[in-house]
Design a protein around this ligand. Structure first.
Ligand code: ACO
Length: 318
């Protein structure tokens, strides 16, 4: 029986930091408003010359280093992103070209903030098919390029960054134990970009009904995590760490409460990274593992929700 385990973790954050006080220079807001409602204190922001692929490549280099494998052993690349460099070709092909790994499939996956969870399920299935051995998965975003910096209701929430994992075939029963993915397109208007190649030939800016998303997030994240636990016959008490999508500290805490897991078993990086969409979970995972917080053999529950709506959960044994 083939299983898929994560053998390497990496991340990259752009150098420039914009804190809540900096935001006051160009929008009517306050550190107190942002922090009490979201838990966010700061976000990393790319320079205008930095592309999503630049962040993706740096996170991938870090993951390869931690996995201690040569890039030539990677046999598929998936980049989860909502902010690709170009409308086409995919950002994943830019990563492939950088590493000069010949004749492998590489593609982007668009599921907004759920992109990493979706990618993990796709990569797990590819590995379990027996056709692939080492898949490089990257969540990378330059959301600062598609936020409306005049809209205080959204621009304070997002940041840039990238996280990466290498998923590898193993005969040991570990790695991805279960995953559940969902979508409901009737929520389209609650969170979307008001542009696109087919719609208006423009990239568009992020538009959101925050209260709709907040209400949906807590229920959907907790239900999908419980369903994923049921699928692998585990209970919430078996989970060492909950690593939720890092959108908002209040959503994270309410989800943990609904699931019945302590806040001290819940990873939160939203204060420092803000919402980095598809990058948020691999970024939080990589940071926590490198700090020695999450350890080998831990049971980790991942959950995410994003525009679409799309959502899902994944249970891992590291
Ligand atoms: N600074 C100061 N005041 C603000 C700001 C700001 N940055 N943004 C909004 N306000 C004002 C509004 O204008 C409004 O003022 P008014 O009553 O005079 O019109 C007031 O604050 C309340 O606005 P609401 O939008 O009702 O604020 P709410 O309490 O709902 O909080 C928030 C907004 C934080 C976005 C909340 O709805 C939320 O957390 N939603 C979850 C959405 C989320 O996290 N999305 C991330 C992307 S989606 C994802 O990743 C899953």
């Amino acid at each position: 029986m083939i299983h898929s385990q994560i053998i390497g973790y990496g991340h990259y954050l752009p150098e420039k930091i914009l804190n809540n006080v900096d935001l006051k220079k160009f929008i009517d807001t306050s550190d107190e408003w942002i922090y009490t409602r979201t838990g966010i204190k700061q976000r990393h922001i790319v320079e205008s010359s930095q592309l999503t692929s630049d962040l993706a490549i740096k996170a991938a280099e870090d993951a390869l280093l931690s996995a201690k494998i040569e890039s030539s052993l990677i046999d598929c690349i998936i980049v989860a992103t909502t902010t690709p460099d170009n409308t086409f070709p995919s950002t994943a092909t830019k990563v492939q070209n950088f590493f000069k790994i010949g004749n492998i499939p590489s593609f982007d996956l668009q599921a907004v903030c759920s992109g990493f969870i979706y990618s993990l399920q796709v990569a797990d299935s590819l590995i379990k098919s027996g056709k692939f051995k080492n898949i490089l998965i990257i969540g990378a975003e330059t959301l600062s390029k598609i936020v409306d910096w005049t809209d205080r209701r959204t621009c304070v929430l997002f940041g840039d960054g990238a996280g990466s994992v290498i998923l590898s075939a193993t005969t040991e029963k570990r790695g991805v134990l279960s995953s559940k993915l969902y979508s409901d397109g009737s929520w389209h208007d609650s969170l979307y970009a008001d542009g696109g190649p087919s719609l208006n030939q423009d990239v568009g800016k992020i538009r959101m009904n925050g209260q709709d998303i907040f209400k949906q997030a807590v229920n959907k994240l907790s239900e999908s995590t419980q369903n994923a636990l049921n699928e692998c016959n585990l209970n919430i008490s078996d989970v060492n760490w909950l690593v939720p999508h890092q959108a908002n500290q209040r959503i994270i805490q309410s989800t943990a409460k609904k699931l019945g897991i302590d806040n001290n078993k819940t990873i939160s990086t939203v204060e420092y990274h803000a919402n980095t969409s598809a990058a948020s979970i691999p970024l939080a995972l990589s940071c926590s593992i490198k700090k020695g917080v999450i350890k080998k053999n831990d049971i980790v529950a991942l959950c995410a929700i994003g525009g679409g709506l799309t959502w899902g959960s994944c249970i891992l044994k590291l």
